[in-house]
Ligand binder design. Structure first.
Ligand SMILES: Nc1ncnc2c1ncn2[C@@H]1O[C@H](COP(=O)(O)OP(=O)(O)O)[C@@H](O)[C@H]1O
Ligand SMILES: [Mg+2]
Length: 260
């Protein structure tokens, strides 16, 4: 796969409608190959819909999509295609089977099989242990490839989903509110994992409702409002305080609009 690209993903005038509901209107965005982009906006702004359109979950109604600078045939775009293009999504809702050992979980959708078609348990166990130790640094905390998911904390689960994305060499990792419903200690872990995505030279789209977190981590913030990108901000150029004020003012002008 071409490593000499400028943008891992780019959208032009992307629209998504659900029947009569226009969830996304004329989205233009471009994400650099080693950029962490935060998506912020109120509930219902279209954040989840946007990442679903970018990852083949929901077909766009119109517009164009480019991956590694090449136009994508939207009629043939799907989740498995996005997988093959090395995109991985870490969902907020549980994506790991509770009772399954980690060595199985790591390989959901991509089991390693031997020539008889049986799962190669030994190989999967070996790789799972390697990811746990080398990539995630889960050393001496009583977690190994045979642990079940139910033994893991929320942050560790998110970490595993991220570790899996890194292991399978994802160039774009998408996280939809990964820290929602996590304890503070856990949030720290997830934020460290997001940071490691950048250090590993990969890109991420990070949906987060906690402004302080996303402001601290992202290279760029896209603000969505009723299906449109209304601001493109570099946290380096705007303090958290100013960002907060900006968003509050925006919300107020919206309320004025809806009364008028
Ligand atoms: N599958 C769907 N069918 C119909 N409407 C949807 C569907 N998914 C999302 N929507 C609508 O699209 C808009 C954007 O939703 P969503 O992308 O989930 O927002 P966010 O993630 O920013 O909270 C909302 O008005 C929501 O009700
Ligand atoms: Mg959402």
């Amino acid at each position: 796969m071409d490593k000499n690209y400028k943008h891992i993903i780019r959208a032009e005038r992307l629209c998504v409608s659900f029947g009569k509901v226009r969830a996304l209107s004329d989205i233009d965005l471009a994400i650099g190959r080693n950029e962490i982009v935060g998506l912020i906006g109120d509930n219902g702004a279209g954040k989840s819909t946007l990442i679903k359109a970018l990852t083949g979950v929901i077909p766009p109604t119109s517009g164009r999509l480019f991956i590694r600078d090449e136009a994508v045939d939207l009629h043939n775009y799907s989740v498995s295609r996005a997988h093959a293009l090395r995109f991985e999504t870490v969902y907020q809702e549980k994506s790991l089977g509770e009772k399954q050992p980690l060595w199985r979980n790591f390989f959901v959708g991509r089991q390693i099989t031997n020539r008889f078609g049986f799962i190669n348990v030994r190989e999967q166990r070996r790789i799972a242990n390697e990811i746990l130790q080398r990539q995630l640094g889960f050393r001496g905390v009583g977690i190994d490839a045979d642990s079940t998911v139910s033994k893991l904390s929320g942050g560790e689960r998110q970490g595993i989903a991220i570790g899996r994305a890194m292991y399978f060499d994802a160039d774009l990792i998408i996280l939809d509110e990964p820290t929602t419903a996590l304890a503070i200690k856990e949030v720290r872990k997830v934020l460290d994992f997001v940071r490691s995505i950048k250090e590993a030279g990969r890109a991420a789209i990070y949906i987060e409702h906690n402004l302080a977190h996303v402001h601290a981590l992202a290279d760029r913030l896209l603000v969505l409002d009723r299906g449109r990108i209304v601001a493109d901000i570099r946290p380096a150029d705007m303090s958290l305080q100013d960002l907060t004020t900006f968003l509050i003012e925006q919300q107020q002008s919206r309320e004025v609009e809806s009364v008028a």
